[in-house]
Structure formats: structure tokens, C-alpha cells
Design a protein around this ligand. Structure first.
Ligand SMILES: Cc1ncc(COP(=O)(O)O)c(C=O)c1O
Length: 369
């Protein structure tokens, strides 16, 4: 079976992890501190705070901004539920706004309408644009609207480490950027995540919030506030460091392969059977998802691909369609359609053009039958 994707773990990366395991320094330590500095240099920001998952990154960012009960936070409809779960975990309410059909990211015109027309009862405090599958949302416009209305911007860059827009990396546009290192992401530490920011005070608060609300002072440990244990381990950081050195080459290869897919699948789009994703220069292509426009049941297409030895799956969820965060499905038709008709295809930098041809042939054969 051609899998959706494969983690890219070299023998050097395994050796780096083994070294840390032999050292006995397992929890947050030297490797974590170095990885934080290297990530900050890579992203072009002053601070990076490592945490135990992308969800932890988003949760800590919202807590550090003092978002809680009585507040509301705008989230795009089409995303992984973690984006809304963290809002609920703070006691705030997630307000769902639809996405664009080709970029799968926040619809900024609708975002502006919701913010301008906001009448409460909650206090609108922040927006979480999601750079879905590595496509950077329209951050200049989102920042303009957020600034005009006094909203904090927390980028959900879970899928977008290494993606950029106008030569600025995803995760460095907002007040904080949140990354995931889950195995479905291009760089993985198993579970893991990071928060980027240029705000030194915010970073200090986030470091405290990931570590029991504690800081080390001259008198020893001091506990400032109730908090979490969301630390990354030292051996996970060693795994991440080994991959960071290769990340830009991997993303360049993903961009090449995405162009190949777009060319191979163009005839199916021309026949109105599939809609292909928008190809922006800074896209990091964490996932390659097409949209079924053929009128055939998506489940049948996914099954036909599996029968041909090709794993395929839905891309992400529609928050309003899940029915557990409020919001109406009528207000988010694009997100709902991407959720119901999106098909994620096998994709990662280790795959060859021949593998992508197998996928395109399997799709073409299904539609020919
Ligand atoms: C858009 C988005 N946000 C948040 C997350 C949560 O990341 P993690 O699985 O590392 O908690 C994911 C993970 O799939 C994601 O895709």
C-alpha cells in the first residue's frame, strides 16, 4: 500500500536520539535549548518555546494572552479540531468563519464582516488563522483587520513549518505562531510542538505555563500560577534538530512533486471531476488534497484507490459540521464541502514521480470505469 506519508528519520537522527538516551538527561535540557535557538534562527524570530504538541502550543499561547471565560476567538471552519478545542479548554468560545475554496484558509472578507458586526455577548479577543496543509493564510489582510479591532493573532502553523509568504515565514506574522511535530507533519518528534514569538515577555510567560507555572530564582523554584506540564523531552529535541538541518531541501522537493501532481491531475480537473489546490510559491505542501467535484461518492473513490494499493483519506474537518462547537453549517459551505469532498493523496518528499503517476493512473482509471 502506498501510504499517505512516511516520517523521514535518518540513521543520524536515530543516533542523535540514542546519544541523549545514553546521557540520562531525558526531560527538558541542552538539546531543547539548542533546538529552540535553531528554530528561532530558521524562522527569523527572537523566541521559540518548545512544548509537547501542537495542541499544547495553541493552548499555552491562548493562556499567555489571558484568554478565558467571557472571551471569544475566531477560528476557520476547515481545520483539525485542536484549533477549536484549545479555545474551549480556556473557557472561551470559538466563533467559526468559513474558508476559501482553493486555498482552504480563512475567508478574510467574512472574517472582517463578523468582526465589524460583532455585538457580543463575549469579548472578541483573538483570531487563529490556520495555514492549512502548509498554505499561508492572507496574513497581511488578517493582521490589518485584527489590528483595527484590537484582536491578538495566534497563527495555527501546525502544518506549516518552513512555509512562507512574501519571504516571511509562517508563524512570524502574528503575536505567536504554533507548530506541530506530529508524525504526519514534515518535521516530526513523535509528539511535539513549538511556539514562535518576538515578544520576550510573552515567551517568558509561555515558558512558565509549559512548566507547572514555575521559574527558577536565586532562592530556588518559585511557583507563580497554576499551569501545565507541556514540556518536550531532550531526546525529542535531538530528533527534531537532526531533521531541521534537512527541512528546506525536503520542502523544495515537496514543491517539485506538487507541481508534478498538478500536471498529472490537470486533465481530471479539466473534465470537472476534481478541483486542484492553489499553488502558491511559499506553500510547504504538508498535505496534497484534491476536492471531488465529480458527483461520485467520495467513499467510493477512496475505496477504489485503496483497491489499487493507494491510501487516501479525508483532509481535515469542518468545525461547524462536527456540531460540537456551535456555528451553523449554512454559514460555512466551503469548509463543509472540503470536509465532505476533500481527498488527501499520498505525498511526501521521499516519494518518486513514478509513485505519483500510480496515484494519478488509479484516479483516471476509476473515472474511466
Ligand atoms: C491545523 C492543526 N492544528 C493543530 C493540530 C494539533 O497538533 P498536535 O497533533 O501536535 O497536537 C493539528 C494536528 O494535526 C493541525 O493539523
Amino acid at each position: 500500500m502506498l501510504k499517505l506519508s512516511q516520517p523521514n528519520i535518518s540513521e543520524e537522527a536515530i543516533a542523535a536520539v540514542a546519544n541523549v538516551l545514553r546521557s540520562g538527561q531525558l526531560v527538558h535540557g541542552q538539546e531543547c535549548e539548542t533546538f529552540e535557538r535553531e528554530l528561532a534562527a530558521y524562522l527569523g524570530c527572537s523566541e521559540v518555546v518548545l512544548v509537547s504538541s501542537g495542541t499544547a502550543a495553541l493552548h499555552v499561547a491562548l493562556l499567555a494572552l489571558d484568554i478565558g471565560p467571557g472571551d471569544a476567538v475566531i477560528v476557520p471552519d476547515f481545520t483539525f479540531p485542536a484549533t477549536a478545542n484549545v479555545v474551549a479548554l480556556t473557557g472561551a468560545r470559538a466563533v467559526i468563519v468559513d474558508v476559501m475554496p482553493d486555498t482552504y484558509t480563512l475567508d478574510t472578507a467574512q472574517f472582517e464582516r463578523v468582526v465589524s458586526g460583532w455585538t457580543g455577548p463575549e469579548r472578541l479577543r483573538a483570531v487563529i488563522p490556520v495555514h492549512e496543509f502548509g498554505y499561508v493564510a492572507d496574513m497581511a489582510e488578517i493582521n490589518r483587520i485584527a489590528k483595527a479591532h484590537g484582536l491578538a493573532v495566534v497563527e495555527d502553523a501546525a502544518c506549516a513549518l518552513g512555509a512562507s509568504l512574501a519571504d516571511r515565514k509562517a508563524g512570524t506574522w502574528g503575536d505567536a505562531g504554533c507548530f506541530s511535530f506530529h508524525p504526519r507533519k514534515t518535521l516530526t518528534t513523535g509528539e511535539g510542538g513549538a511556539i514562535s514569538t518576538d515578544n520576550v515577555e510573552l515567551a517568558a510567560r509561555m515558558r512558565r505555563l509549559r512548566n507547572h507555572g514555575m521559574e527558577r530564582t536565586e532562592e530556588g523554584m518559585r511557583f507563580f500560577e497554576p499551569a501545565t506540564n507541556y514540556r518536550l523531552t531532550n531526546f525529542q529535541a535531538a530528533l527534531g534538530r537532526a531533521q531541521l538541518a534537512l527541512l528546506d531541501n525536503w520542502i523544495a522537493q515537496r514543491r517539485r512533486l506538487a507541481s508534478v501532481y498538478l500536471e498529472l491531475l490537470a486533465p481530471l480537473q479539466a473534465r470537472g471531476l476534481l478541483r486542484l489546490p492553489d499553488h502558491a510559491a511559499g506553500h510547504s505542501w504538508q498535505t496534497f488534497m484534491v476536492v471531488n467535484t465529480s458527483g461520485q461518492p467520495r467513499s467510493e473513490i477512496i475505496q477504489a484507490l485503496r483497491d489499487a494499493g493507494v491510501e487516501a483519506n479525508l483532509g481535515a474537518q469542518s468545525l461547524s459540521a462536527l456540531g460540537i462547537y456551535g456555528g451553523s453549517e449554512q454559514a460555512a459551505p466551503c469548509g463543509g464541502n472540503l470536509y465532505r469532498e476533500g481527498i488527501a493523496l499520498p505525498f511526501c518528499e521521499q516519494y518518486s514521480e513514478a509513485m505519483l503517476e500510480t496515484v494519478a493512473q488509479a484516479l483516471t482509471q476509476y473515472f474511466a470505469a
